[in-house]
Design a binder for this molecule. Structure first.
Ligand code: OSB
Ligand code: MG
Length: 369
């Protein structure tokens, strides 16, 4: 597959809800969008990095710089036989998995289209719909939280994840557990605690959470392993897992019993497949995370979540929860807690170009030679 041209955009979409986590409040998303062109086909990729490094270290501006000045010039005009060759072409550059993932995932889409198959089949998926839950931000009150949980359970979501932080944890989770004794509940701390908070975290053990997500530092494995030895609730790693190597070390240390997979955080689908294989052999259940994606990123996540190791409900909920209008034609909507995987070749979604134009803040077209 010869990569003939690329179009890189920054688009901005207002969120329908205010999304508060331990690291801040999001009211809109600033999204890097990549269209890769080759052999008359188009592959799509979407960035998940934020304007500010509050979740991981990467930023929209940094990723745009790398894609525009470094990664795209490296691959434009080159004939790359498969996604592994693309990974190889970028392998001398350290880190920056999110920036690399924009390109790698767009190339996977293009490649799947070239071989005429849906992406989920190319990746080795085994189902055409994905079990999903929702991730609920920190609400103004416990009452608001109970209402939000009830609404989403009624809509059929199969797991409720609540964002927590010190001072907004045990009480709100206990109220939800009492109101919904049978619900599958989890909590996501986004790195808001330290090992010194052990006593506070141990109180959560009585609430029958399915897991607690990334309680400690965003790049830590060792302290998570120490904490896991003290908690009966399984720890799920999110922020700390940025590569298959990190996953291998997490398994060896016992830093978590569940993994959140976000292909964009891991550098793309190829690296996610390696994490999937490691987790399968270690008996670690996976679930598909989310980063408030628009239609392109959401479609990519759905395709990957069809692999057999994804045995817990993912964070890939209905696009209409997030956006008045999405950037793709296809409606990505859950029914009874199941998200159907888009049909057709590649990721199976198509950009609404007129709408994308309207929400574009910046764009650049680059071609080979
Ligand atoms: O930690 O999983 C997270 C959103 C932005 C950054 C980090 C996270 C999240 C979510 C939202 O939890 C999941 C979603 O609905 O896309
Ligand atoms: Mg998380």
């Amino acid at each position: 597959m010869r990569i003939e041209a690329a179009e890189l955009r920054i688009v901005e979409l207002p969120l329908k809800f205010r999304f508060e986590t331990s690291f801040g409040v999001q009211t809109k998303r600033t999204i890097l969008l990549l269209r890769l062109f080759g052999e008359g086909l188009e592959g799509l990729g979407e960035g998940v990095m934020e304007r500010l490094p509050l979740y991981r270290e990467e930023t929209v501006a940094g990723a745009r710089y790398l894609l525009e000045e470094v990664f795209l010039p490296r691959v434009l005009g080159r004939d790359l036989p498969n996604p592994e060759a693309l990974r190889e072409a970028l392998s001398s550059f350290r880190g920056n998995p999110m920036a690399k993932a924009v390109l790698e995932m767009a190339f996977f889409d293009l490649w799947a289209k070239a071989v005429g198959r849906p992406l989920w089949q190319v990746l080795g998926g085994v189902r055409q719909a994905v079990e999903v839950g929702v991730s609920l931000g920190i609400q103004p009150s416990v009452e608001d939280t109970l209402r939000a949980v009830e609404k989403h359970l009624e809509e059929g979501y199969r797991r409720i994840k609540l964002k927590i932080k010190p001072g907004w944890d045990y009480e709100v989770l206990k109220a939800v557990r009492e109101a919904f004794p049978e619900a599958t509940l989890t909590a996501d701390a986004n790195s808001a605690y330290r090992l010194a908070d052990l006593a506070r975290l141990k109180r959560l053990d009585e609430l029958r959470l399915d897991y607690i997500e990334q309680p400690l530092a965003y790049d830590d494995l060792l302290d998570h392993a120490k904490l896991q030895r003290e908690l009966s609730t399984p720890i799920c790693l999110d922020e700390s897992l940025t590569s298959a190597e990190k996953a291998r070390k997490a398994i060896e240390l016992g830093a978590g019993r569940v993994f959140n997979v976000k292909p964009a955080r891991l550098g793309g689908h190829g690296e996610s497949l390696r994490v999937h294989a490691l987790a399968q052999s270690a008996g670690i259940p996976l679930w598909m995370g989310g980063m408030l994606e628009a239609g392109v990123g959401r479609a990519h996540n759905l395709h990957l979540a069809t692999l057999p190791g994804f045995t817990k409900p993912g964070d890939v909920s209905s696009a209409s929860r997030y956006w008045e209008e999405d950037i793709v034609e296809e409606a990505l909507e859950a029914k009874d807690g199941l998200m159907p995987v888009p049909e057709g070749v590649g990721i199976g979604v198509h950009l609404k170009l007129a709408f994308v134009e309207r929400v574009t803040l910046w764009q650049r077209y680059m071609s080979a030679s």
